[in-house]
Design a binder for this molecule. Structure first.
Ligand SMILES: [Zn+2]
Length: 66
């Protein structure tokens, strides 16, 4: 069993492919839901619209939309 630091908060966790701990995964999942919902409701929205609407960082949103 290999331990790694969570990619986001640095908490130690058992290694998994996405390198996020359970807490951050949950956070990411809820953020992803909000971003995807916004895009669904606003099909013409640019990524900057999403940034402004959600307050999340550009990097985060790009990760979600990847
Ligand atoms: Zn974490």
């Amino acid at each position: 069993m290999e331990l790694v630091n969570c990619n986001r908060c640095g908490k130690l966790q058992v290694q998994r492919p996405d390198t996020l701990c359970k807490d951050c995964q949950q956070l990411y999942a809820s953020e992803a839901l909000i971003v995807k919902e916004y895009i669904k409701m606003n099909p013409g929205a640019t990524i900057m619209d999403v940034v402004q609407h959600t307050g999340y960082t550009l990097k985060r949103i790009k990760e979600i939309l990847r």
